[in-house]
Ligand binder design. Structure first.
Ligand code: SF4
Length: 282
């Protein structure tokens, strides 16, 4: 059987994904580029640098999915040729890299290879807020992804609470029905003063409405909370109000991502100028 050159296929991969999607080696499909808000003071300039937000066309995204499929097919072919019956393991990877050393620099190849070796069951739509896409476009992408990879059991995405808040319940249900299972949402805090200070662009009440709406639509809801965001002086109100909002939403998952002022962000400048006193680890 003739081998296809894997280095002729590639697809776009964005900067970040949730840790849990790295743990399960999710296939990464970039539905949009960067963040449509890009103003949160602890994040601006870091997660997506200063890149402007861009929607991608459905055709563009489908081409990426086709490229991922072509890479996946050829990796499986090599496995069969080597006598591993489709199993994806180190000898298969080593053989491919020996055949095409240029693949050492290919994020696309390694993403598909790792994803297959982990069972090929989960996918994550990048970047920061896929729900900001037109609902029919997002549905088409999710359906096409499932058709192309019928073995997918979970498709997830980041979503801004404000976007969920503005989306109609029926639209959310349709997106869920198409096959998007889980939303990863940066709650950060349930305290209005802190949400405003860090320019999260959403209020505690909107967080609650968005979270409940997503759950009602059938999504698994994964909320990210940022311990330490209140600093020394507002730690207690941060904790109490965040607990209140979480109890109102009752998310499936609560993940903690402690606040650290990262260089190049407005929060770092504020910290350096003495405007923010970090909490101790305790
Ligand atoms: S919405 Fe998320 S990705 Fe966008 S600026 Fe805020 S924290 Fe960063």
């Amino acid at each position: 059987m003739r081998c296809k050159k894997l280095s002729t296929y590639s697809f776009e991969i964005g900067a970040i994904r949730p840790p849990s999607e790295g743990g399960s080696y999710s296939l990464l499909i970039r539905a949009t580029r960067n963040c449509p808000w890009n103003r949160c003071k602890f994040c601006y300039g870091m997660s997506y640098n200063h890149e402007r937000f861009q929607l991608r066309t459905v055709e563009e995204i489908k081409k990426d999915i086709q490229a991922a499929r072509a890479i996946s097919d050829e990796i499986k072919n090599v496995s069969w040729q080597l006598g591993f019956s489709g199993q994806i393991n180190r000898p298969v990877g080593a053989h491919i890299i020996q055949r095409e050393p240029e693949l050492r620099d290919s994020y696309s190849f390694f993403n598909v290879f790792d994803w297959l070796s982990f069972g090929g069951r989960t996918a994550f739509l990048q970047d920061a807020d896929s729900l900001t896409m037109r609902t029919p476009d997002l549905i088409e992408v999710v359906k096409y992804l499932k058709e192309t990879f019928p073995g997918l059991q979970r498709i997830t995405s980041y979503a801004r609470a404000k976007t969920i808040y503005h989306k109609k319940l029926d639209e959310l249900k349709d997106i869920r029905g198409a096959g998007l299972n889980r939303l990863h949402v940066g709650l950060e805090s349930g305290d209005d003063e802190l949400l405003k200070h860090f320019d999260k662009g959403v209020t505690a009440e909107q967080h609650i409405i968005a979270g409940r709406k997503a759950r009602e639509a059938g999504f698994e809801f994964s909320a990210y909370v940022m311990p330490g965001l209140g600093g020394r002086t507002k730690s207690e109100q941060h904790a109490k109000n965040t607990a209140r909002v979480l109890n109102e939403i009752n998310p499936h998952y609560i993940r903690l991502r402690p606040f650290i002022p990262r260089p190049n962000t407005p929060s770092f400048d504020e910290y350096q100028m003495g405007g923010f006193e970090l909490t101790s680890p305790h």
